[in-house]
Design a protein around this ligand. Structure first.
Ligand code: PLP
Length: 470
């Protein structure tokens, strides 16, 4: 029996909405009067039959974006009908349909309760059902109730490490929130995957467009791959070839367009005007901030005590916005935040001095991923509200790079200078100086957000060492 892709989808959809093989047959016959669903005792029977002649893998290859979820469902059903045990495991890793749907499918295929539980325990919840968790007693809202299952699937819970080398160096207790361990290499995965996930749940995301050869692009490609959504990343011609290669590994379509970032961005905006397309910005979106805030709620649960200071890097301000929102959620709004930038990528510092958002003429710092010409206006509002209080500080490129090099020796992690700016708050004694100047009343314990960065390698690190004579 050979069914077309549309027919298979219609069957799956009809079955999922009715739960009855009889109703499925009626609906199908009504929709496709020239086709016929053969006699079958159950949907399992039916699925087993159709997959003897049609391959879902092929169907998926040619799939139009709009039919993604039903095809995934069909794929799941096919696997389950062939090998329930390994299918349940795969389902737990890959599935992207609602819990209710999965439960119904698993149940209908009479898998054992144990296998069902195993599969259900890490299924992504797309329908806001009861699988929500609160990560911290003080956290009342938003992304930590995003559903823990979403978080597990798209970004990981990263550890907070009590760093003995850095504590020994400074005499403070230094804690590191290791968001460099997110699969694509940076914290960006939290917010960007949250944005895409939310849009997909609202049915407004059949194709992702993003203009970034940096960590935002990698996160968008990674999240899209996880969700099975086609993704196009637009890069300006100046982007190094290895960036395009890493994006292609994540199955993203890479288009090279424009001499500068703004031209690539304009194309991404233009393409995303098509119905069902989603434009993913690098930092300026509330869903991105909401996603980033989860790192603080996690940290509060992991640490159990409030730190005296939180240190974070600032580019366009998306990360800082998320950190502040998280701190408000967990009751840390009295803990000062030290916001780190480098000279030459100092759009936050310039905005604070001017009392309004300003546009830098150019980015001259080595910390290219901090290189937003202007910050998102809401961080200036947060700065004025001072809940938590924000102290902004600048370091030189050499200090940021030197912090990356020392950090690789102390903890064996490679990070970008954007992250080095935060680490320089420790290595260049910025926190100690702020304490001496009376700008920080307490600094016995410090939480540093290790925001990561994927555009670094051992050879790049060697080149920096030469350039900055380290
Ligand atoms: C590694 C890294 N750290 C920090 C930032 C700054 O984040 P934001 O632009 O949200 O302030 C970025 C931005 O791309 C980044 O890639």
């Amino acid at each position: 029996m050979v069914f077309s892709l549309q027919e298979r989808i219609a069957i799956v959809e009809a079955y999922l909405s009715s739960g009855s093989i009889k109703k499925t047959r009626d609906t199908f016959t009504h929709k496709f009067p020239n086709s016929k669903v053969p006699a079958c005792s159950s949907v399992q029977d039916l699925v087993r039959k159709w997959h003897t002649t049609g391959s879902v893998a092929n169907a998926k290859r040619n799939k139009p974006a709009t039919v993604r979820t039903p095809v995934v469902v069909a794929d799941i059903e096919a696997r389950i009908s062939r090998n329930p045990r390994s299918s349940a495991r795969k389902l737990s890793q890959e599935v992207n349909v609602s819990r209710t749907t999965c439960r119904r499918v698993l149940k209908s295929l009479s898998l054992s309760r144990r296998i069902q539980r195993k599969a259900m325990s890490s299924v992504i919840s797309c329908d806001g059902d009861s699988s929500k968790v609160t990560d911290h007693p003080n956290s009342s809202t938003a992304p930590n109730q995003l559903t823990s299952t979403v978080r597990d699937k798209l970004y990981i819970e990263t550890p907070v490490l009590h760093s003995f080398p850095l504590s020994d160096l400074t005499g403070m207790k230094v804690y590191l929130k290791l968001d460099n361990l997110q699969p694509p290499g940076s914290f960006k995965m939290r917010g960007i995957s949250h944005l895409i996930q939310k849009a997909a749940q609202n049915g407004t995301c059949e194709h992702v467009y993003c203009a970034s050869g940096g960590n935002a692009g990698l996160a968008a490609a990674f999240a899209s791959k996880q969700l099975g959504i086609p993704c196009t990343i637009i890069l300006p011609v100046t982007t190094p070839a290895f960036v395009a290669d890493s994006l292609k590994v994540l199955d993203a379509e890479v288009r090279v367009h424009g001499e500068v970032y703004d031209e690539a961005k304009n194309l991404a905006l233009e393409l995303s005007k098509q119905c069902g397309s989603l434009y993913v910005p690098a930092f300026e979106h509330p869903d991105i901030w909401e996603g980033h805030s989860s790192m603080i709620v996690e940290a509060a649960r992991q640490m159990q005590v409030k730190p005296d200071v939180v240190v974070v890097s600032v580019g366009g301000g998306g990360l800082l916005n998320g950190v502040i929102q998280g701190m408000r959620q967990v009751g840390w709004d009295d803990v000062p935040v030290v916001a780190m930038e480098t000279h030459g990528a100092h759009s936050f510092d310039a905005a604070i001095k001017a009392g309004e958002v300003v546009t830098l003429p150019a980015i001259t710092s080595v910390a290219k991923t901090l290189g937003a010409l202007s910050v998102t206006p809401s961080i200036l509002e947060y700065y004025k509200e001072a809940k938590p209080p924000i102290i902004n500080c600048l370091v030189t490129d050499k200090e940021a790079v030197s912090a990356c090099v020392k950090f690789s020796d102390d903890h064996r992690f490679l990070v970008e200078p954007a992250c080095g700016a935060s680490l320089a708050a420790i290595y260049s004694e910025v926190i100690l100086r702020l304490k001496e100047e009376g700008k920080l009343t307490k600094a016995s314990s410090v939480l540093v957000i290790v925001c990561g960065g994927a555009i670094v390698s051992s050879s790049v690190m060697e080149a920096w060492k030469l350039q900055y004579q380290l």
